[in-house]
Design a protein around this ligand. Structure first.
Ligand SMILES: *[C@@H]1O[C@H](CO)[C@@H](O)[C@H](O)[C@H]1NC(C)=O
Ligand SMILES: *[C@@H]1O[C@H](CO)[C@@H](O)[C@H](O)[C@H]1NC(C)=O
Ligand SMILES: *[C@@H]1O[C@H](CO)[C@@H](O)[C@H](O)[C@H]1NC(C)=O
Ligand SMILES: *[C@@H]1O[C@H](CO)[C@@H](O)[C@H](O)[C@H]1NC(C)=O
Length: 377
């Protein structure tokens, strides 16, 4: 199972001689698959449309608890796939609970270390907000708030024949070295897969995450609450222990879309341009995509499809603070090699992407979305 790492070496030395004769098997083995794990919501379909538009074969979506509880976001995944005839892509339910975190534990931490502007699934339960169409937070994690399905309540259900973590493990064994694991919510399912199968991480192609902010504390203090919101790392903070397990595992590569995920924002003009080509996704996007937020999950998805989107990145050793007594609990800390502690690894930390290329990917994916009929071809 060492070929994913030794292949680049092989290619660089003998590529001129093998490309012709091995063209067919090579094309097959180069197929890029992905499992996309997220806290899906009404306008959360852009990442998988970007992947499909970029020729990535999306094996399945997984649900996690981050902005809201897992059972609710799994149904959003099903609903948004149904909106555009993409129900051939299965949705596998992930873990509802973080490894050890709970709303009560998180809220107690906030009493000592300060409130987050965005508390995700751990915000106090608020029936008024739910009645207005907000996804559920705190309270019973299995309740479903139908008012939040502005994309339409799904007819189908998640595929619970297996769990998200099991599905990830099975797929990396089926397609070793070819499956990207994309995560734009909590890393709970990925940590479970890492611990369940010691080969899991090394058999994947890479791990690409949205989250992992660094060096933004002064901005949290001196800017507006909204600016503080942009720098708060809820995806990692919902489940700090899982974040550490996932981000120190031996994936061939890990790419962090943290600070860079705040670089590119949608504008009213951009949304209008997208909506000039009518289809269910361009319409949902123009109705429900919130212009106050940057292309967070979209930036990570585009980097998964095309790593050359990054125009400035560095390689650093990365750890996650798992000390509950720390104000940085659930945040990352980076090191240079000579000073890094044991047990952590190098990651690609992206600083900047080509904004026009990113916007073009978002636009094309939304204007000409793939359907299951295209995926069968
Ligand atoms: C989805 O499929 C149905 C039935 O085949 C078709 O009528 C509809 O136009 C399709 N919608 C899209 C967005 O492709
Ligand atoms: C619930 O949300 C509403 C609307 O934002 C707000 O006015 C109210 O104070 C919140 N209730 C609680 C208990 O926080
Ligand atoms: C999925 O879960 C539901 C509800 O718990 C159950 O009724 C159903 O049998 C499950 N389906 C599968 C395929 O396991
Ligand atoms: C890359 O980004 C880092 C961090 O923002 C910055 O210090 C550096 O100057 C950038 N390099 C280039 C070539 O833009």
């Amino acid at each position: 199972m060492h070929w994913p790492t030794s292949l680049p070496l092989l290619c660089s030395t003998i590529l001129p001689f093998v490309t012709g004769s091995l063209a067919l098997p090579k094309a097959r083995s180069n197929k890029h698959y992905a499992i996309m794990d997220n806290d899906w919501y009404t306008a959360g379909f852009v990442p998988y449309l970007i992947a499909l538009d970029g020729g990535v074969d999306v094996l399945g979506l997984a649900s996690d608890t981050a902005n809201s509880w897992q059972p609710q976001v799994a149904l959003h995944a099903v609903a948004t796939l149904e909106a555009g005839n993409l129900s051939c892509i299965p949705v596998y339910p992930g873990a509802t609970w973080p490894l050890i975190n709970t709303p009560e534990r998180f809220q107690a931490w906030e009493t000592i270390h300060g409130k987050l502007p965005w508390e995700g699934a751990f915000a106090p339960e608020n029936k008024t907000l739910e009645a207005q169409g907000n996804d559920p937070t705190s309270g019973n994690p299995n309740r479903i708030v139908k008012e939040a399905f502005k994309e339409g309540y799904p007819k189908g259900k998640p595929d619970n024949s297996t769990s998200a973590a099991n599905f990830m493990v099975e797929m990396v064994h089926k397609y070793p070295g070819q499956v990207s694991i994309y995560s734009a919510g909590s890393l709970t399912n990925i940590a479970l897969a890492v611990r369940m199968d010691p080969q899991f991480a090394s058999l994947a192609k890479d791990l690409v995450i949205m989250g992992g902010y660094v060096d933004l504390n002064m901005l949290e203090a001196t800017g507006s609450i909204m600016l503080a919101d942009y720098q708060s790392d809820i995806n990692l903070m919902i489940d700090p222990e899982a974040s550490k397990i996932a981000l120190t595992a031996d994936f061939p590569e890990i790419t962090i879309a943290g600070n860079v995920a705040n670089q590119v924002f949608p504008t009213k003009e951009f949304v209008e341009e997208v909506a000039s080509v009518k289809n269910p996704y361009s319409e949902l996007f123009s109705k429900y995509y919130d212009l106050s937020f940057p292309f967070w999950d979209e930036t990570a998805a585009a980097l998964m499809v095309d790593p050359s989107l990054a125009t400035n990145q560095t390689s650093v050793y990365l750890d996650v603070d798992t000390s509950y007594g720390s104000p940085n609990y659930g945040n990352i800390h980076v090191y240079q090699k000579a000073l890094a502690p044991g047990g952590i690894r190098q990651v690609n930390y992206v600083f900047e992407v080509d904004a026009d290329k990113l916007k073009n990917r978002v636009k094309h994916a939304l204007q000409y979305p793939k359907t299951c009929a295209d995926l069968k071809k």
